[in-house]
Unconditional design. Sequence first.
Length: 258
Amino acid sequence: MPFGYASPEQIMRDRAEYARKGIARGRSVVVMQYADGILFVAPNPSKALHKISEIYDRIGFAAVGRYNEFESLRLAGIRYADINGYTYNRSDVTGRGLANLYAQQLGMIFTESIKSLEVEIVVAEVGEEPERDQIYRLTFDGSVFDEQGMAVIGGQAEAVSGRLKERYSEGLPLAQALDAALFALTEPGGERPAPGQLEVAVLDRNREHRKFLRLAGPRLQRLLDEIVAPPAEPAPAPAPETAPPIGPEGEIDTGSGE
């Protein structure tokens, strides 16, 4: 047996452990359906480095891990979408096709390269109706998961996903969906990230042509204000006045006993 030999199983385990440790250092990202499309939320203090991006007309991208690695994947996805949309038809570019492309790239790198990519990504496509929305979660080894309604990636994905399930339901308005995402991303007893520390975007099915919209500045602040100050409940109507009882002789009975 040659010196330094390691079995293929051990090599795969070491690569997977290495990738998981790198991903665990990144803060989680939430991707979830809401009434009018798909919402992306990520704590991100950087104004230049985005975890959430647009890939094509109806397709969004979110990632955690090493920025330079998932940025190269994002650019590859844009090139794939542009070439296929131009060569064939824009409707031929789908989230499923993009997820398959990423799965092939991630799987090949994981099995053939010395170092696996320290990334986890989500590809989401908004449909004409909520039933046609698609959310795909991809791991560092090329595994693809077709998520229903929501997906969480990042180091604390299990804990965040558990808290998100407490608040998630189908057809939430945008403000309530954002509230649920922020609740999930905030540890119990902790403070929610400030607006300047958040990266928020949507795929809005009601928009014409390009569905991706980044929410920042006053637009994001208005949504956060809706969460902090929900609409006031109407004041109860005053009770109707009742006339005092009348005695047997037509006199008002005061109840004094005199």
